[in-house]
Ligand binder design. Structure first.
Ligand code: ATP
Ligand code: MG
Length: 156
């Protein structure tokens, strides 16, 4: 199993008053059990506010889960409990688990060059050699075209 969650919950406190007393919780994610095998794609569908984004953020530990387990098989075949990882451990898994944000206008800064925006995640992941960063970005930007597709369909 590539990814497995058990009883995953993310509750946000609702605070009121001058002392910001916690008067209740928004149960944004309230007990998700799922399994994703390697090569499998899972779509989560639901009305606005039902917790899809919060669930994704919990998998990345952008929001720490209130309760539950997230088991992830890393590239060495080790099963990690992501809820128990420290900062360094999390940084390592960030090269394997990613969030792709929906709105290009919010996630891509038009004042920055594409090579810098894409290269940033490579640098964050530890790639120090700038030539290597540029080469990798260039190769990621190459269109992946299925061999079988006739050229006339591509050139319009
Ligand atoms: N940081 C936060 N603090 C408090 N409440 C939050 C926080 N983030 C999300 N929520 C609440 O948790 C619930 C789930 O929100 P979430 O953004 O995960 O929904 P969604 O399914 O992604 O919605 P959409 O389809 O609109 O993107 C909502 O009620 C939202 O207001
Ligand atoms: Mg959302």
């Amino acid at each position: 199993m590539l990814l497995r969650t058990r009883g995953l919950k993310v509750h946000f406190p609702i605070r009121k008053g001058v002392v910001k007393r916690t008067v209740g919780h928004v149960r944004a994610v309230d007990g998700i059990d799922l399994d994703i095998r390697e090569g499998e794609t899972l779509s989560v569908v639901g009305e606005s506010g039902c917790g899809k984004t919060t669930f994704g953020q919990a998998l990345l530990r952008i929001n720490d889960p209130t309760e539950g387990q997230i088991l992830f098989r890393d590239r060495d075949g080790q099963d990690l409990d992501l809820t128990a990882l420290d900062k360094a451990g999390l940084r390592r898994t960030r090269t394997d688990i990613r969030m792709i944000f929906q709105t290009p206008f919010a996630s891509l800064n038009p004042r920055r060059r594409v090579v810098d925006i894409i290269g940033e995640s490579l640098r964050n992941a530890g790639m120090r050699n700038e030539t290597q960063v540029r080469d990798k970005v260039a190769s990621l930007l190459q269109p992946r075209v299925p061999d079988a597709l006739p050229l006339r369909l591509l050139r319009r």
